[in-house]
Design a protein around this ligand. Structure first.
Ligand SMILES: [Zn+2]
Length: 508
């Protein structure tokens, strides 16, 4: 019913209503706009589509399909963060409220598609100006160490949504120049600082828009990444049997851990776009919008530091207190595509989780399009971040860090190898420019020289690690092109599961 707010803003009173479907009505009947609750085999995408008159484009019927398993995913995120199952205590009401708040937002989002609206991914950095963004739960860590879910999701239609409905639906008195009136609606919105950036800019992993992202929150991607890491860290520290209900196999903690461990992945994707990124608009000649501004050197440096922090072993090590409580899956239970993969057979493999976590950051940080833009921006402005700065800081944070003993050292070595493979990949990537490849090559040469100086390592695990890296690099130098890398383990899905080919559907 949120859309009534937008239609009221466009001058219609009570024109938009939501009612229960009349008894005996057919959901496929073109006379009814329908919101349908569907059960699927997994948490699929929800859809908002419409039947249109091919001659005029007029929307005749809107049809929303909401996937029922989606609500469980949010419930599981709440279970993972809150550790809510204290012995002898009631399960907090706010978990259900949290999941239902997401569902309300999702319903409004899909209805928005049926009304003809596109995604607006800049809304989450623009004061939640649209329900047509993909929201990430904004969970706050309170001073007393507990979590606050009360502002997790938006509760109203956004300012951009009112603009879009007014633009598309407003009726004007006879004789009004409707085109000019519509343009004025948009110009007024721009003057109010309400922005619009859609899929083509927000979706690509190599994208360059600093503020249009999927599944993110907050005005500053960097500050939000640092904040999200604190929430994640606190929840990881307290993670244990209170994260699953009484009577659940302990092994199922492994499943609940997944959305928590990867809780930061989409905020990483937001912050990474500051590297070699721009703030830009779909500016039209004469509309007064600024075309593009590069992200400042200081903001890029801060983003880089926040991203490198996600690679620290203390952030990527699954706490040993969790490992000590995790048996293999019992009979009739098993891992599925939502699980972490592993190389330790039935046992949970925390090093593959660390590998997944490092990959989430590095695959984006060293994306060839981003690398190419970093080279270009540094050539135009010597003070701006360059690819060599990124690679240099990356090696300082990983390989050149003081080796730690024990389990932390094992996590560190895992991250080092993921780093090495990603730099090697960049040096061979067909999408990377020659200069990006040259920079990747140079940083590997530098690493090789450094490794050769590490002859005094007292620890046999570290000595083997350094020798093995040298061997890999020699193989790569001798025969780079056919060199195949051991495939990093797949990361469990984050977004809803299933195809989202938008040429086929246009909306989801
Ligand atoms: Zn959508």
């Amino acid at each position: 019913r949120w859309w009534n707010q937008a239609f009221e803003a466009a001058g219609f009173q009570d024109a938009y209503r939501v009612e229960m479907m009349p008894e005996g009505a057919d959901p496929m009947d073109v006379r009814y706009n329908v919101i349908q609750w569907v059960h699927r085999s997994t948490r699929g995408w929800s859809y908002g589509s419409s039947v249109r008159d091919p001659r005029t484009g007029e929307i005749i019927k809107g049809h929303v399909s909401l996937g029922s398993l989606r609500v469980r995913q949010d419930y599981m995120i709440a279970e993972a963060i809150l550790a809510p199952y204290m012995a002898g205590q009631e399960v907090p009401e706010e978990m259900l409220e949290f999941a239902l708040a997401r569902l309300r937002q999702l319903s409004a989002h899909e209805v928005g598609h049926t009304l003809g609206l596109s995604h607006n991914y800049i809304a989450s950095t623009n004061n939640r100006a649209s329900v047509m963004d993909y929201p990430h739960p904004y969970i706050q860590l309170k001073e007393d160490g507990t979590f606050d879910l009360s502002e997790a999701y938006d509760v109203n239609i956004g300012e951009w949504d009112k603009v879009a409905i007014t633009f598309g639906y407003a009726e004007y008195p006879e004789g009004t120049d409707e085109k000019a009136a519509g343009e004025q609606v948009l110009l007024d919105a721009l003057a109010d600082g309400i922005r619009f950036i859609s899929d083509q800019d927000a979706r690509p992993q190599g994208g360059a828009h600093a503020y249009a992202h999927l599944w993110d929150s907050g005005e500053s991607p960097t500050a939000e990444l640092n904040r999200v890491m604190e929430v994640r860290q606190k929840a990881l520290e307290q993670f244990g049997q209170n994260n699953i209900p009484e009577g659940t196999p302990l092994a199922m903690m492994e499943q609940t851990l997944v959305p928590l461990y990867l809780f930061h992945r989409y905020q990483v994707e937001a912050a990474v776009k500051l590297l070699g990124g721009f703030d830009y608009n779909y500016a039209v000649r004469g509309d007064g919008q600024s075309a593009l501004t590069p992200v400042s050197a200081a903001d890029q440096q801060a983003a880089l530091e926040a991203l490198l922090a996600t690679l620290k072993p203390e952030h990527l090590a699954v706490p040993e207190s969790i490992l000590d409580q995790l048996p293999p899956m019992p009979l009739a239970f098993g891992r599925n595509r939502e699980s972490f993969k592993g190389r330790t057979s039935v046992m949970f493999d925390p090093l593959v989780a660390a590998e997944n976590g490092a990959t989430a950051t590095l695959s984006l940080m060293l994306h060839p399009a981003r690398a190419n833009r970093l080279v270009l921006q540094n050539s135009r402005n010597g003070n701006a971040l360059g690819l060599d700065d990124v690679l240099g800081d990356l090696l300082i944070t990983t390989w050149k860090k003081t080796p730690q003993p024990g389990y932390m050292g094992e996590v560190q070595r895992t991250v080092n190898m993921v780093t090495l493979r990603h730099i090697m990949n960049l040096s061979l990537d067909k999408g990377a420019s020659d200069q990006s490849r040259a920079m990747a090559y140079a940083s590997l040469m530098q690493l090789m020289d450094w490794l050769k100086t590490q002859t005094e390592v007292g620890n046999r695990a570290w000595a083997a690690h350094y020798q093995y890296a040298l061997l890999m690099m020699k193989q790569w130098m001798a025969e780079p092109e056919p060199f195949t890398f051991p495939k990093p383990a797949d990361v469990p899905p984050g977004s809803p599961i299933g195809s989202h080919d938008h040429s086929a559907c246009g909306m989801w």
